[in-house]
Design a binder for this molecule. Structure first.
Ligand SMILES: [Zn+2]
Length: 550
């Protein structure tokens, strides 16, 4: 009798807890992941998922696609589609119009100089004695990131760590409150950080650097992972649209890395798949070194694989080199996912994979195949504009600078000379429109406030932040690149080949499936916020993707 009473009370207490406090805590415990892992693949086109599918392993991209949720129609909703703005937009849930990262570089009217996106002369390098590779911070990023919000929500108890080959691909995802953002220093082969974050490297990073993995990876030639005749998705290994490694005569395998690598500069690793492998290695070291996902608060690890971008720029999307880089990245991602599931369990992790932009086909290859495409010669264009200014106004300094397909007028000079800025802008726009490859020109006045209804104009507008952007923005025709080299490719435009990127979700709360609905890159951060029951970043304009949850 006593026993039954005791059990009865127990049951009552259990239900009581569930109806009040217990309900909220059980919701949290069962549903909120312990660890969010963001994976950004630099320059990954959406179609690489299907193009290389047959060559992927079971536990990498395929696992994310088949056991996770595939957003098949995710696009950038602004231009320029570059690495700095891309990483900023993924993690802030907003566009350059709000977060202010309008390019990898831009012109600063007050100083008359260009600035690099994460340059910060007030900080110092931590982790390497030479060079200014660590004089950086996220101070130019105007809005908060999802990691910042996670830290504010947890009273700074959540941990946020970011790793990448590129400084900007680590600093911007890590946000302002990052516990440590680390990037690769080509000169030393070390991962470094800046005094913005800490005064010295944590022990786990020092130990990681002492392993000298960059040296190990560069000590053998780069051969294809699979027999080369299986790379049927790509063009012939030897073709005229690819750049050369070191002093190679032809752009073909094997690439003799030991002869290119001179033991003083480790930079060549960036343009090989092993640049991704070393990021996988440091991501795994960070999980252990920072004890991520093991505490009571949700942690965030931001991983950016940039080797894909360096190889893509050099060789173009049809190259065996790009294909092999993705096949090897698939194995690296599989290793990371397997470790995450083993150490945390699928129910405790939330993984997303996307890209900071995609990339164009090599224009020379398109024109050789009778398609419209071309190269816009920025230097020749700049000279012509100067000639025009001289003729029309007797003064070339009416224009200060051109960068990111934008023209910055010299407002002071125009005022001094008592010229009318509106008429200069209009005349210059008409002049620029005559150039081969130019599709349209938008003025700052148009971009600042008007509702622009065509897609390209709207994307340029979303990428425009008045205090940092120029006075005229030039839209090139599709498949026209601002490039001089006819090998390799680039990105930055408003067109599909640059905006359409993969977006895959996997882990706690995520159901297997897919959607072909249009999704903006700015939807990622608010989706994470919804899954974590926290606020979206402060300038977020995106909407949570509701179809991905169970
Ligand atoms: Zn790039």
């Amino acid at each position: 009798m006593k026993l039954i009473t005791a059990i009865g009370i127990g049951v009552l207490v259990f239900f009581a807890t569930n109806q009040t406090d217990g309900q909220t805590s059980s919701l949290k415990e069962s549903k909120t992941p312990k660890l969010v892992v963001g994976i950004v693949v630099d320059q990954m086109r959406y179609d690489y998922l299907s193009k290389y599918y047959a060559k992927f392993s079971e536990n990498g991209f395929k696992k994310l696609m088949n056991q996770g949720f595939n957003c098949k129609n995710a696009n950038y909703n602004y231009s320029p589609t570059y690495t700095g703005p891309g990483h900023a937009s993924i993690y802030t849930g907003t566009t350059p119009a709000y977060h202010g990262i309008i390019g990898n570089d831009w012109y600063v009217r007050e100083t008359g100089k260009t600035t690099y996106v994460t340059d910060d002369a007030t900080e110092k390098t931590v982790g390497s004695s030479a060079g200014g590779a660590g004089k950086m911070s996220p101070r130019n990023l105007l809005s908060s990131t999802i990691g910042d919000e996670l830290k504010l929500y947890s009273n700074l108890k959540s941990k946020v760590v970011a790793v990448s080959l590129k400084d900007r691909a680590s600093i911007l995802p890590g946000g302002h409150l990052s516990d440590g953002s680390y990037w690769f220093d080509s000169g030393s082969g070390n991962f470094i950080t800046s005094t913005f974050y800490k005064k010295e490297l944590p022990t786990w990073v020092t130990i990681f650097n002492e392993r000298k993995l960059a040296h190990t990876y560069l000590s053998k030639p780069w051969n294809t992972l699979l027999p080369i005749d299986q790379y049927t998705e790509s063009a012939a290994d030897d073709n005229p649209y690819e750049g050369l490694y070191g002093k190679e005569k032809k752009p073909v395998f094997p690439h003799d890395l030991p002869s290119i690598y001179n033991q003083k500069d480790f930079g060549i690793i960036r343009s090989t798949p092993f640049g991704n492998s070393i990021i996988k290695d440091i991501a795994i070291a960070a999980l252990q070194g920072e004890n991520l996902g093991k505490g009571p608060y949700t942690d965030l690890l931001a991983v950016s694989f940039s080797a894909t971008d360096y190889v893509g720029h050099k060789m173009g999307p049809q190259s065996v080199e790009v294909e092999d880089t993705y096949i090897r990245l698939d194995r690296d991602i599989a290793e990371l996912l397997t470790l995450l599931e083993k150490n945390y369990g699928k129910e405790n992790i939330l993984v997303f994979l996307t890209a900071d932009h995609a990339a164009a086909y090599v224009p020379a290859e398109l024109t050789d195949n009778k398609m419209n495409a071309g190269y816009f010669n920025g230097l020749a264009f700049s000279d012509s504009v100067k000639g025009y200014l001289n003729k029309s106004y007797g003064d070339t300094s009416v224009v200060s600078f051109m960068v990111n397909n934008q023209i910055y007028l010299n407002r002071k000079r125009i005022q001094q000379k008592n010229l009318d800025i509106k008429s200069i802008t209009a005349n210059l726009a008409n002049y620029v429109l005559q150039f081969n490859g130019v599709a349209n020109v938008y003025t700052a006045e148009q971009l600042n406030g008007a509702v622009l209804k065509n897609k390209s104009a709207e994307l340029i507008q979303n990428g425009f932040y008045r205090k940092r952007s120029g006075d005229l923005a030039i839209l090139l025709e599709p498949a026209w690149l601002e490039e001089l080299s006819t090998t390799g490719t680039t990105h930055g435009s408003t067109y599909t080949y640059d905006t359409h990127i993969p977006l895959l979700w996997y882990g706690a709360q995520i159901k297997p499936g897919y959607t072909s609905a249009a999704i903006d890159i700015t939807d990622i951060a608010p989706t994470i916020a919804a899954l974590l029951n926290i606020m979206a970043p402060n300038a977020s304009i995106g909407k949570p993707i509701v179809s991905i949850t169970k």
